[in-house]
Design a protein around this ligand. Structure first.
Ligand code: ZN
Ligand code: ZN
Length: 165
């Protein structure tokens, strides 16, 4: 585990983002969740909540719409936020194809863990995130409220998921 070397658009006071190898079992699980459950195909992301080497919750980010044709158009670039060149991490509500922070993988995984394992289990748990190289403020807010300890992304997350312009 190491602190990521790239700069991060948002971090709460005193927090860091760490990285692990893609072959880490929980990171590969987060990738599997992303590959099989995400419906926001511009920035597919999966997250797994882990406590004492056990996965206790997971989620992938979900688009505002569910029709496969719309999901495919969004993947091809028909994204309101992309067309308006909206800053990364902001104004998700502008585009029905982008998942709002409520439906981001991190928030969803925390909700899943809370409902399946309970608040005590989530306290001190870690989040493994595949598909993004940082977390937005609302996701951090929900993770901090639940007592999440550390957030891990994959070692080359910035190369894989940084915005290419
Ligand atoms: Zn969009
Ligand atoms: Zn988020």
């Amino acid at each position: 585990m190491m602190k990521v070397p790239w700069s991060i658009p948002y971090l709460p006071e005193g927090r860091e983002i760490f990285s692990v190898s893609a072959i880490d079992p929980f990171m590969s699980q987060a990738k599997r969740v992303r590959d099989t459950q995400s419906t926001d195909l511009n920035h597919s992301t999966g997250a797994v909540v882990v406590k004492r080497s056990e996965a206790i919750g997971s989620a992938a980010n979900q688009a505002g719409f569910t029709h496969p044709k719309l999901i495919e158009l969004h993947r091809k670039g028909w994204c309101v936020r992309k067309l308006l060149k909206i800053k990364s991490g902001t104004k998700y509500w502008l585009c029905p194809g982008c998942s709002t922070h409520h439906d981001h993988a991190e928030s969803g995984a925390v909700r899943d863990a809370l409902s399946k394992a309970g608040a005590d289990a989530v306290k001190g748990a870690d989040v493994y995130l595949y598909g993004h190289f940082w977390c937005c403020k609302p996701c951090w807010d929900s993770m901090l409220a639940a007592g999440i300890a550390n957030v891990y992304v994959v070692d080359n997350a910035f190369e894989l998921f940084g915005r290419k312009k």
